[in-house]
Design a protein around this ligand. Structure first.
Ligand code: NAD
Ligand code: MG
Length: 390
């Protein structure tokens, strides 16, 4: 039976890996329904032609004419602007890969969730800014949420979900990023080129910077809390530089189950695409005789305050996680444009949270998605304002 697949964020790193897996599957196993991108009309058009997509959506209208001319004479239908992302997500399909980066992915992902289909969730920011509301929508729609983030996919694979009382804690592994051994004195001088050079994973720019600040692990901590319905006290983070163990679950009897594999996103992507069956992925196989040891360290939250800020935001609840995420998106974008320093990223996040903390609503979670989006916009404005005051 042919499975109809949509890829939201098709031109990114997760989009590439998803389409790579799909292109290796048996002919006729998958059919591409919608593909979306933000600005890259050239790549979106090429993908649409290669994968015979029904519909493409380009979020940013500036390259719309370029997209139209590249697709003229083809059968591909075209949509432009944020509404087109929703249209792409609503087109009937069986599986949607949610791989837009940032809070921009929230509404399209929810539109896909509402179809009650299988969702491969790469976009962790969705859960960070709207965790309870997002999970309630998944439940109401009867969708199957399949974590693609490698740590959450690992936990999903080894979690005995039917017996939650047997679980003692979740252990998220972190590679430690490119600055794992960099001193505080040197960290402040790091520039985008240094931060983008991740030692193990090849990823998009924003998540690469998040990995360097350890905010990525902070966002993943919050993601895990919502996905697996666990409090902060039952989720630990451990640095594991080899990135062979992708995460673990400890049970009350002392057993620890881990999922291992090469650090290649095509494994969790194939797992989500094939679920509940297994699908082949062309990844490097682990050769245990060549692994020189697996090491583990406590994360250093003094050098990497972002992880502490994320845990505090999770424990505080209310507006905390959404503000943390929005401020981080603004700060990372500014760092990538060389407008601020590396250590200014957590500083902007911390100051943004402090600003919102003063409000009487800080402890109250937004009631609906509209309120999440308003809070997200307000937090971005505050972070932008604080950036200028640096
Ligand atoms: P990327 O930057 O490579 O690609 C992002 C995709 O989203 C692109 O297709 C881009 O066109 C689209 N996009 C960006 N801004 C948009 C906007 N405002 N509106 C609509 N579309 C927009 O990012 P990525 O590394 O593929 O990451 C995608 C998501 O997956 C992120 O949430 C990230 O945290 C998560 N993730 C990625 C990896 C990885 O290895 N890359 C691993 C785990 C989780
Ligand atoms: Mg991850």
């Amino acid at each position: 039976m042919t499975r109809r697949v949509t890829v939201l964020g098709a031109t990114g790193s997760i989009g590439d890996s998803t389409l790579d897996i799909l292109s290796r599957a048996e002919v006729g196993a998958f059919q591409i329904i919608s593909l979306t991108a933000n600005t890259n009309s050239k790549k979106l058009a090429a993908l649409a032609i290669k994968y015979k997509a029904e519909f493409v959506a380009l979020a940013d209208s500036r390259n719309a004419n370029d997209l139209r001319s590249r697709l003229s004479g083809t059968q591909v239908e075209i949509g432009v602007g944020p509404g087109a992302l929703i249209e792409a997500a609503r087109r009937p399909c069986d599986f949607t890969m949610a791989a837009i980066i940032g809070a921009a992915g929230l509404e399209p992902t929810l539109a896909a969730v509402d179809q009650g289909i299988h969702i491969g969730l790469a976009n962790k920011e969705c859960l960070v800014c709207a965790g309870d509301l997002f999970m309630a929508r998944v439940k109401a729609a009867g969708a199957s949420l399949l974590p693609v983030d490698s740590e959450h996919n690992a936990i999903f694979q080894v979690l005995e979900a039917d017996a939650p009382q047997g679980v003692k804690r979740l252990i998220l592994t972190a590679s430690g990023g490119p600055f794992r051994e960099t001193s505080v004195a040197k960290l402040k001088d790091m520039v985008p080129k240094d931060a983008l050079a991740h030692p193990v994973w090849d990823m998009g720019a924003k998540i690469s910077i998040d990995s360097a600040t350890l905010m990525n692990k902070g966002l993943e901590l919050i993601e895990a809390a919502y996905l697996f319905d666990r409090p902060s006290s039952e989720i630990d983070v451990i640095v594991h530089p080899q990135s062979i163990i992708h995460s673990m679950v400890e049970y009350i009897d002392g057993s620890v189950l881990a999922q291992m594999g090469s650090p290649d996103m095509r494994t969790p992507i194939a797992y989500a695409l094939g679920w509940p069956a297994r699908m082949a992925a062309p990844v490097e196989r682990l050769d245990f005789s060549k692994i020189n040891g697996l090491t583990f360290f406590e994360p250093d939250t003094a050098r990497f305050p972002a992880l502490r800020l994320a845990r505090e935001a999770l424990e505080c609840g209310g507006q905390g996680p959404c503000v943390l995420n929005a401020a981080n998106e603004i700060a990372v974008a500014a760092f990538l444009k060389n407008e601020i320093g590396f250590m200014d990223i957590p500083a902007i996040v911390e100051r943004s949270i402090e600003w919102f903390c003063q409000g009487t609503d800080f402890k109250n979670s937004p009631d609906d998605i509209e309120a999440v989006l308003m809070l997200d916009r307000a937090a971005r404005e505050t972070a932008n304002h604080l950036l200028k005051a640096l």
